[in-house]
Structures are given as C-alpha cells and as structure tokens.
Design a binder for this molecule. Structure first.
Ligand code: ZN
Length: 170
C-alpha cells in the first residue's frame, strides 16, 4: 500500500510506513473534511434552535386563538417531536465532535455488500454503501454511482460518523 504521507510503496500487510513510520491505515483530515464535520455538527443545532424559538413565539402569540384543549394536544406532540429531534441531532453532533478530536480518517480495504439511497427528493437523498467489517458508510453521489456489489475497495472514512471520503477499486 502506498504511504499517504511520503508515497513510499509498502507491503499490503504493513501497518506502518517502512520509510516514515506513520500508520498506513489512518490519514489526517484535510481542511475540507474538517470543515465538513464542523458544519455537520453545528448547522442542525442552529436549525433546531431557530425552529424552537420560532415555535415558542408562534405559540405564545396564538394560544389565545386556538381552544385550550386543542392547543395542549398539539403542544405535547410538539414536545415529542422536539425530544426526538434533540436525540438525533445530539448523537450526530457528538459523533462529528469525536471525529474532529480524533483528527484522522480510517483506511480499510473491504468487500462491498450493497448500496442504497434514502429520501425521495433528489436534493435530500443520502447515499449509503455497506462494506464487510466497516459497515454502512454515507457518501456523496459521485462516489456512490460507480460502485458495484461484491467489488473490493479501499475505503477512506471518518470512523465515528462513517462519512466516506474516497472509495478506490482494488
Ligand atoms: Zn511514509
């Protein structure tokens, strides 16, 4: 395997580079990758904050118009929704922070099991690729599109969020 640091060719089974001694199965994040993790951690939190305050303002303005029972039913559904959103966004925030603190992407060669996408609107779709040993990795469309089931790929990904950065056929 080629060293990501000094480009020396090493044996496939080597865990550290023969030339520079750096681990071969890890690559430091690029600026873009760090930026991606910072945005993915913060943007949903800001979005949730905006929705929360908008809703608080709306409910204090409109509580006089809607009947009291109707409003309390709506209100408990609202809090349930907010609770679930807080859990999901909190988990995503935590994983992004873990990746940022680790500072490195993981590199692993594995067989691809399957790929699938979620979301119906094209702009909101998430693309997933599942590999043996690694599990489910989420990628952009450009990486997702050419992959074939059963192929062996060298996958570079963030270990906690499982964001895939590069997938090379072996
Ligand atoms: Zn090296």
């Amino acid at each position: 395997m080629k060293c990501p640091n000094c480009n020396t060719k090493n044996h496939r089974e080597d865990m550290v580079c023969l030339n520079c001694g750096l681990p071969l199965n890890k690559v430091p994040f690029t600026k873009e990758q760090k930026g991606w993790h910072i945005m993915s951690a913060i943007v949903p939190v800001i979005g949730l904050g905006i929705i929360f305050f908008a809703m608080q303002t709306f409910s204090s303005m409109s509580s006089g118009f809607i009947g009291n029972t109707g409003f309390s039913q709506f209100s408990s559904l609202w809090w349930l929704f907010m609770g679930i959103a807080v859990i999901f966004i909190g988990m995503s925030f935590y994983k992004n922070i873990l990746d940022l603190l680790g500072g490195e992407a993981q590199v692993h060669t594995a067989r691809m099991i399957r790929k699938y996408r979620s979301g119906s609107r094209r702009s909101a779709r998430t693309y997933y690729v599942e590999f043996e040993q690694i599990g489910k990795v989420n990628v952009r469309y450009g990486l997702y599109q050419p992959l074939t089931e059963g192929g062996i790929y060298k996958v570079t990904y963030s270990p906690n969020t499982k964001r895939g950065w590069s997938i090379e056929q072996q």
